[in-house]
Design a protein around this ligand. Structure first.
Ligand code: BGP
Length: 466
């Protein structure tokens, strides 16, 4: 038997986002964001035609949900404020109903011993700002900073862990390269500008937070996908992996933690003449306002090799001009999401942060496994027996534990997600939660086997396995 004991005060919990959980009810004053708009114009893109207004109804069920968090051993929980709920137009007039809702929700968490971690931007651009260009437009950066400051003012007395963005590379790649988020363009030049504005907005929000003298910490949440070369002894494969890493990880990790952009990326942008528009002052702002804490979302690695296929320039340059994806024959796949399961990746990330990023305070802010049709695993008592999820979390936690033993500054583990929630184009296809949500029964919640198991882990601050 081996016991994996975690440091005292370890954060056990889960993550979600406002848009994916709250839902919309008539008269709630929420404005439209890009998901509401996309669903209106292209509902067929969404799995089973389920749109973002029909999420897990947390807006009305949050009290019940907080109790369920307690029952599943949460000592902390992350969600995001919906920008379009607080500012229906993105800026300007504030929605008082949103202020009341977030106040009550945050207070409810705290009253139940659950530390609220609040993120500001989780893919939910208010539509009036998108109409002016969204992250392409510098005006959005200003509107974002106003939104951020308002949140700090309203909730900063009680919220001690703030995050500026969740996975800022995702709006870049999915909105401007791979067409999975609105506006679904393929345009590397736009992608670079969007990324720059997001990085700048992060630094400006960090600056604003510090200037307000609040007694919490502020960070950013990044999805780090370790880039493994096909052959680590082949310099061409290694170079391919370095470039993939610069595009997808270091593009935000380096400015957020070190205050500068990776030189490989700058060189490529110069060569392609797609450097973003910026002001000299911006680089100083980014340099001077790095984060206190880093959230790490880890789902899967990225495996690459030197470019072998011809470059296709029909849509202009792309990151894939510099590498090919490598199909590792030994990979294990979660067939529902199509993502590789590679537990050691979580260890490699934490060791990289220890060695190359000043061992910054960090925690695992998302990790999880989406599975389709979990009703197959219902037992006689009506509980989903998701042993595969327990195994998934256990195997990742073993590597988190090892990294901590070796000096990584990892402070917690949050699962994606608490209760089954709505996912971008996939809607309710894959379920990730510790708690199931029955859409046919008005969103009825039932704790899964993994939720009960997680409580034992949280209470023991670790677990014992054979
Ligand atoms: C992360 C996002 C989450 C969540 C999760 C699962 O990238 O931060 O919002 O959706 O991935 O992915 P998906 O919902 O696409 O299956």
């Amino acid at each position: 038997m081996t016991t994996y004991q975690f440091p005292q005060g370890f954060w056990w919990g889960s993550a979600a986002s406002g848009l994916q959980t709250e839902g919309t009810i008539p008269g709630d004053g929420k404005g439209k964001n890009i998901w509401d708009h996309w669903y209106e114009i292209a509902p067929e893109k969404f799995f089973n035609g389920v749109g973002p207004e029909k999420t897990s109804q947390l807006y009305t069920k949050y009290k019940e949900d907080v109790q369920l968090m307690k029952e599943t051993g949460h000592n902390s929980f992350r969600t995001s404020i919906q920008w379009s709920r607080l500012f229906p137009e993105g800026t300007g007039e504030i929605n008082q109903q949103a202020v009341d809702f977030y106040n009550e929700y945050i207070n409810e968490l705290i009253a139940n011993g659950i530390e609220p971690f609040i993120n500001l931007y989780h893919f939910d651009m208010p539509m009036p700002l998108q109409e002016k260009g969204g992250w392409l437009d510098r005006g959005t950066v200003e509107a974002y900073v106003h939104y951020a400051k308002t949140c700090f003012q309203l909730f900063g007395d009680r919220v001690k862990h703030w995050f500026t963005h969740n996975e800022p590379i995702v709006p870049v790649e999915m909105g401007y390269l791979y067409q999975q988020h609105y506006p679904a363009e393929i345009n590397l030049e736009h992608a670079v500008q969007v990324g720059f504005h997001e990085a700048l907005s992060n630094a400006l929000a960090v600056k604003a937070y510090r200037e307000m003298g609040l007694d919490g910490e502020i960070g950013i949440i990044l999805n780090l996908t370790p880039s493994y070369p096909r052959d680590e002894n082949d310099p061409k494969d290694v170079k391919a992996s370095v470039i993939a890493d610069a595009f997808f990880n270091r593009s935000f990790l380096d400015p957020a933690v070190k205050g500068e952009f990776p030189k490989e990326l700058i060189e490529i942008c110069k060569e392609l003449e797609i450097l973003p528009d910026y002001q000299e002052e911006d680089l100083k702002t980014i340099k001077a306002n790095t984060v206190d804490v880093l959230g790490v979302n880890y789902y899967q690695p990225r495996r690459v090799k030197a470019k072998e296929t011809p470059i296709d320039h029909s849509n202009g340059p792309l990151p894939e001009d510099y590498f090919d994806y490598y199909d590792w024959p030994e990979k294990r796949i979660n067939p529902y999401r199509g993502w590789e399961i590679y537990e050691k990746g979580i260890y490699d990330i934490l060791i990289n942060l220890r060695d190359n990023y000043g061992n910054i305070r960090c925690y695992i802010s998302e990790n999880g496994m989406g599975v389709e049709d979990e009703q197959r695993f219902l037992n006689a008592e009506g509980m989903i027996e998701d042993d595969y999820r327990i195994e998934f979390v256990t195997e990742h936690l073993k590597y988190v534990h090892q990294a901590i033993q070796e000096g990584a500054n990892c402070l917690g583990y949050h699962m994606w997600t608490c209760m089954d929630n709505w996912s971008w184009l996939n809607a309710y296809k894959n379920r990730y939660g510790f708690i199931s949500v029955d859409l046919a029964e008005d969103g009825k919640r039932t704790i899964k086997k993994s939720g009960h198991w997680f409580k034992t882990v949280s209470e023991a601050n670790g677990f014992t396995v054979e």
